[in-house]
Design a protein around this ligand. Structure first.
Ligand SMILES: [Zn+2]
Length: 291
């Protein structure tokens, strides 16, 4: 285990001190960065978590390569959507909504933080419930497209009901050449889920809003709390790096190693579904008692 990034004199065992980590997060401003580990209790698999199956999601370059890739994507999404739509927020999401955080940055596209009523939220990678036209950039609800997909492909879902579906809109499916993909109703352009694919950048204003919230913690004595993310992709890891650069303490709550472990003041190997409600209870208590 490396000691880089720990506080001076802090031993590795102390870094896993749940009580001390809870105390640090219990008062003062908080910014949260959440990932797939938070949604596993809602039945949405974490493809990067411990024991997760190896999987290669479609890249942006592949999606825009032409109609065949878009048929493949939307056919799989069509089958996976019903399970995604049924997912509900869990105790972790509800706790996050109650923390009074300055900002919650989520890497999840499942919309469950929104469903739990989280007030200040940036969906870093977009939302799977939104669809964007690549030509005119108009966004429309995924639920509307789902009806159009059903109308354009009658009986298709029933014929492929045996295919194991994956909730983020990707299922194992070989032949999708007969699948009809509706186009934008305004301009006829190609439709894409309004989520950031691999090989695609997070929109700059979104990134800047997150950096600003993290940097403000340096002036307000706040903490960056990472919950349920292995910080595999740079789009989230960069905020942890910025916090560390500015001397903002970082607490990571995640089962399994993360790419930010070296930068964290505390690293807890516990489930977010237990730890976050405990934190929410402590913060609520201190806020109401003016501590
Ligand atoms: Zn359009």
């Amino acid at each position: 285990m490396t000691l880089v990034g720990q506080r001076p004199g802090q031993r590795p065992r102390e870094r896993s001190d749940q009580r001390a980590a809870l105390d640090l997060c219990a008062s003062g401003p908080l910014v949260l960065l959440t990932g797939a580990g938070l949604s596993t209790d809602s039945g949405i698999p974490d493809y990067r978590g411990p024991g997760a199956p190896a999987r290669m999601p479609m890249t942006y370059q592949e999606f825009v390569s032409g109609p065949a890739a878009q048929q493949r994507y939307w056919a799989r999404s069509h089958l996976g959507w019903s399970r995604m739509r049924r997912a509900a927020p869990n105790a972790g999401h509800r706790a996050v909504a109650a923390l009074g955080a300055e900002l919650v940055i989520t890497q999840n596209v499942d919309g469950l933080h929104e469903a739990a009523g989280t007030p200040a939220l940036v969906a870093l990678h977009g939302r799977i419930a939104d669809v964007i036209c690549l030509a005119c950039r108009r966004t429309t609800p995924r639920s509307v497209l789902q009806r159009r997909l059903e109308d354009a492909n009658p009986g298709w879902a029933a014929r492929h009901a045996d295919v194991a579906s994956r909730p983020d809109g990707d299922v194992d499916l070989d032949d999708t050449s007969d699948f009809v993909v509706p186009a934008c109703e305004d301009c006829g352009g190609p439709l894409k889920p309004d989520v950031v694919f691999f090989g695609e950048n997070v929109p700059r204003p979104r990134v800047e809003r997150c950096y600003a919230a993290v940097e403000a913690l340096a002036d307000t004595g706040g903490t960056l709390l990472v919950a349920g993310s292995s910080l595999t992709v740079m789009s989230g890891l960069r905020f942890v790096r910025r916090a560390a650069q500015r001397g903002v303490p970082v607490v990571i709550v995640n089962r399994g190693p993360t790419r930010g472990d070296e930068l964290a003041s505390y690293k807890l190997e516990v489930g977010t579904g237990d730890w976050l409600p405990a934190l929410a209870a402590v913060r609520d208590c201190r806020i109401h008692h003016g501590m």
